[in-house]
Ligand binder design. Structure first.
Ligand SMILES: Cc1cc2nc3c(=O)[nH]c(=O)nc-3n(C[C@H](O)[C@H](O)[C@H](O)COP(=O)(O)O)c2cc1C
Length: 318
């Protein structure tokens, strides 16, 4: 068994957190990851209602003995009701990523819930350690979905571990999809991996059949970190957090032409319509470069067991 600060703190059998993935990872995926010995997270979208959070948490609690909830920091001032509902659900961990997590810290501390945040540079990791964040996730730019894309996982992880590794539990995220990736970050000194893309084609994920097919066919070259889908949906993501998605006709047409896109009603309508039809040449499939490792649709328990099992074999060899 791979034992780390992470597994000790959360009583896990596997040093893996199933990353929160709004729209892709709900209660079923979170519970499956937790049943496999990791810590599964429920991803909360910017528009999710508190009732959705309460229901998802109840479902996860009924199916596994622990789960976490992931919120977006920039959204909390607009939607404090999400934070209230997440705290009331009593998860093992709440992550508050992408923006100022400060306003959430007081309520989370008072509730006694451990806090995670994803950082994209070493200075942010230092600030998080000074703020007493329990779990600092060094999330590299190759990761799926939104995040700071300036630094790749390995240079980031090395810098973050050197800077704060003695003060916080540090996890690595971005591009980790196999036992090789988990073994590499554990050997470097991380307490575990925060894994998203590798779980997107799991049977328990909310991924639609069309998106699943594209994910399985994708190679590591097929993604782009872009703001075009947020601009065309008028979602106010702060500019420093593009979303890494599968490249398609829409990104080919608009990535790099964001100013024109923001004035285009036609593009907005086309994206909304494509989402309704499930046309992923225009609609988005958020995923990281690890999409290249997805071989097929599998239960999350099998994916987690294989990642942990093969990491252990690799680490033993050394
Ligand atoms: C489809 C998708 C949705 C995501 N949604 C969220 C989210 O709601 N909240 C969050 O903190 N991170 C979100 N992320 C980012 C993940 O937490 C994590 O940074 C990323 O998946 C790690 O890289 P990987 O995809 O290469 O494993 C999302 C990622 C993906 C792929």
């Amino acid at each position: 068994m791979l034992r780390t600060l992470l597994t000790d703190r959360f009583a896990l059998r596997v040093p893996v957190v199933g990353a929160p993935m709004a729209g892709a990872g709900g209660a079923a995926l979170a519970a499956a990851v937790s049943r496999a010995g990791g810590l599964g997270m429920i991803g909360v979208g910017a528009a999710a209602d508190p009732d959705w959070i309460t229901a998802a948490a109840a479902e996860a609690r009924g199916a596994a003995d622990r789960f976490g909830i992931g919120l977006m920091a920039w959204n909390i001032p607009r939607r404090p009701d999400q934070l209230d509902a997440a705290i009331a659900a009593g998860p093992a961990l709440i992550s508050v990523s992408f923006g100022d997590y400060g306003p959430a810290l007081g309520p989370l501390r008072r509730a006694g819930i451990p806090v995670a945040t994803q950082v994209g540079d070493v200075a942010s990791a230092r600030r998080a350690a000074e703020d007493g964040i329990d779990l600092i996730v060094a999330r590299g730019g190759e990761g799926g979905g939104h995040g700071d894309d300036r630094v790749a996982t390995l240079p980031l992880l090395q810098g973050v571990l050197d800077a704060v590794g003695d003060r916080a539990i540090v996890l690595a995220a971005g591009g980790i999809a196999t036992g090789r990736g988990l073994a590499a970050v554990l050997a470097a000194g991380a307490a575990g991996a925060w894994i998203g893309t590798a779980l997107l084609a799991c049977t328990e994920a909310l991924t639609s059949p069309g998106a699943r097919r594209r994910l399985i066919e994708a190679s590591e070259l097929d993604t782009v970190a872009t703001r075009v889908f947020d601009i065309a949906q008028e979602i106010p993501w702060p500019p420093g957090y593009p979303g890494r998605a599968l490249a398609n006709d829409f990104t080919g047409r608009w990535h790099g032409r964001e100013a024109v896109l923001s004035a285009s009603d036609g593009a907005r309508r086309a994206l909304a319509e494509a989402r309704r039809r499930g046309d992923f040449e225009t609609a988005f499939v958020y995923a990281g470069q690890a999409a290249g490792s997805l071989a097929g649709e599998r239960p999350a328990g099998d994916v987690i067991a294989e990642i942990a099992g093969s990491a252990e074999v690799l680490l033993r060899r050394w």
